[in-house]
Design a protein around this ligand. Structure first.
Ligand code: GDP
Length: 512
């Protein structure tokens, strides 16, 4: 049987831009939904089906990314959830290493916001296609042309509008599809109605004139469509719509199926591995621990990159060279833990893990052991000094710390000489998960002293020493013993740079 093509994507957005609403609407459009229930518990009053973790239940949110599948237009679409709000963590970033396309959702009132920008950087680093959905068109937002300019300038990326709004907010009449010369009419009962522009009699003359003016301007001053640029993430196709009103979502999805990238060759051990290769390969992009003390099992999330995955197959674990049989493979649909029998490149498989896997591990078959490129370490923005409450537990404390750092739960830094432990994270949630697991798995109570530092800069050139540590900055060493300066804020960073012009600093992004 011919396998359906795969399109695997994640949404990058700032909290409240409409990611959840858009995801729900997209899922409704696809037949045969298998949803992991990412609908946030807080709002619906129900818990997500993926709440394996106590902590998730307590907070009523979905802590770690789950994956949804839908079939649309003979394509299997895999949606990887990227937790936003308080549950933003390194896993959110790591998820973006496992997708082939990103969909950027922007609130038309607010434009590009901080978290979108951070997530965008990961996509830029990977050069994957980015499709933009400008949401909340039923609200009075920024001018469409200004929004395009904002994307171009802030993200250094060309835009290509696929449709164009006719009015906005209370004046919203419809969206004009540029390639089809049709208008999708906005109506209160959310029924989809698409007519050729010529037959859009409900438009007033001034609305038609404004549309003509805008489209002429786009034709003259806008960019020319380039499939190559879209593929490389240098140009983003832009769609306007309203997720809440289910307006423009279907036309977005129709185009998405064409524009989104299929699984691409990925670099492993210096060579590109084609998804069509007969040998199976994949990499672990996150590990989710079960917070239930009765079920200690962890789930390693594996992105299949080449060949096909079959339950029970024997694979090699590249980091250790060990052979292992994958007979306990599961899809991550947590409620029923449906067993995955086969999976194709682009798919995600959840594997039971009793401590064998680390984030970034490669599994493969074939003659040669290959290793997918190392998972980047993302620049942390939150730091805390940690100690064990009970000094007698130092053995478990060090063991737990080492294990959790290796697994990728948290980043660890040490001060020179005294070797105090400083942990770093991109989101507060990672601290909570770390504390919880140290207590439940290693029986160690942790003492945290949250630090006010927010910026980490790797020292790439010049001399630094501990005398530079003061109330505003601190010198630490990362796991590879590279010197890193932690700063309180942009101001203390600039101050330091002015005083120490010989010291070159890099953000994590530059070197990781
Ligand atoms: P997320 O945090 O990005 O997942 O955002 P949600 O999907 O939870 O949406 C945040 C809020 O914006 C909710 O109250 C939604 O109902 C609302 N919202 C989402 N899409 C639209 C839209 O198209 N128009 C309007 N007016 N509100 C929307």
């Amino acid at each position: 049987m011919q396998e359906k093509p795969r399109k695997t994507f994640a949404i990058i957005s700032h909290p409240d831009a409409g990611k959840t609403t858009l995801t729900e609407k997209v899922l409704l459009l696809g037949g045969g939904i298998r949803s992991a229930g990412t609908v946030k518990g807080k709002k619906s009053g129900k818990y997500a089906t993926s709440d394996w973790m106590d902590i998730e239940k307590q907070r009523g949110i979905s802590v770690t990314s789950s994956v949804m599948q839908l079939n649309y237009d003979d394509t299997q679409i895999n949606i990887l959830d990227t937790p936003g709000h308080q549950d933003f963590s390194e896993d959110t970033y790591r998820t973006l290493t496992a997708v082939d396309t990103a969909v950027m959702v922007i609130d038309c009132v607010k434009g590009i916001e901080a978290q979108t920008l951070k997530l965008f950087k990961v996509c830029r680093m990977r050069g994957i296609p980015i499709l933009t959905f400008i949401n909340k068109l039923d609200r009075e937002g920024k001018e469409p042309l200004d929004l395009l300019e904002e994307i171009e300038e802030t993200l250094d990326m060309e835009t290509y509008p696929m449709n164009w709004p006719i009015g906005m907010g209370k004046r919203l009449k419809g969206i004009y599809s540029i390639p089809d010369d049709t208008v999708e009419i906005f109506n209160e009962d959310h029924e989809r109605k698409v007519v050729p522009l010529k037959e859009a009699h409900m438009l007033e003359d001034y609305e038609k004139d404004a549309l003509e003016e805008d489209t002429m301007l786009l034709e003259e001053a806008g960019n020319e469509f380039s499939a190559e640029k879209v593929k490389n993430g240098q140009m983003t196709p832009v769609f306007f719509g309203s997720a809440l009103a289910n307006f423009g979502v279907q036309s977005f999805l129709d185009q998405f199926v064409d524009l989104a990238a299929p699984p691409q060759p990925r670099k492993a051990s210096g060579e590109f591995v084609s998804p069509e290769s007969n040998d199976f390969s994949g990499f672990v992009f996150k590990i989710q621990a079960n917070m239930n003390p009765n079920h200690r099992d962890r789930i390693a999330f594996l992105r299949v990159c080449s060949g096909s995955f079959d339950r029970g197959m024997e694979v090699k674990h590249s980091r250790t060279g060990k052979k292992m049989k994958l007979n306990q493979s599961h899809s991550f649909f947590a409620s029923d833990r449906e067993t995955v029998e086969t999976a194709m490149p682009g798919d995600i498989v959840g594997l039971y893990d009793s401590g064998n896997f680390q984030v970034g591990d490669t599994l493969c078959t074939g003659q040669k052991l290959i290793q997918y490129e190392e998972m980047p370490q993302f620049p942390p923005e939150k730091f805390a000094k940690v100690t064990a409450k009970n000094a007698l537990k130092h053995k478990q404390y060090h063991k737990g710390m080492q294990q959790l750092v290796q697994e990728g739960t948290i980043q660890l830094y040490k001060t020179p000489y005294f070797e105090d432990y400083i942990i770093g994270a991109v989101g507060e949630l990672q601290f909570q998960v770390f504390e919880y697991r140290m207590k439940n798995e290693y029986n160690v109570d942790i003492e945290f002293a949250h630090m006010s530092h927010e910026l980490a800069r790797w020292v790439t050139k010049g001399h630094v020493d501990e005398s530079m540590t003061d109330s505003r900055k601190m010198l630490v060493l990362d796991q590879q013993k590279r010197p890193v300066l932690l700063f309180e804020n942009e101001f203390s960073l600039r101050w330091f740079q002015d005083k120490n012009p010989d010291v070159e600093l890099a953000t994590g992004w530059d070197i990781l």
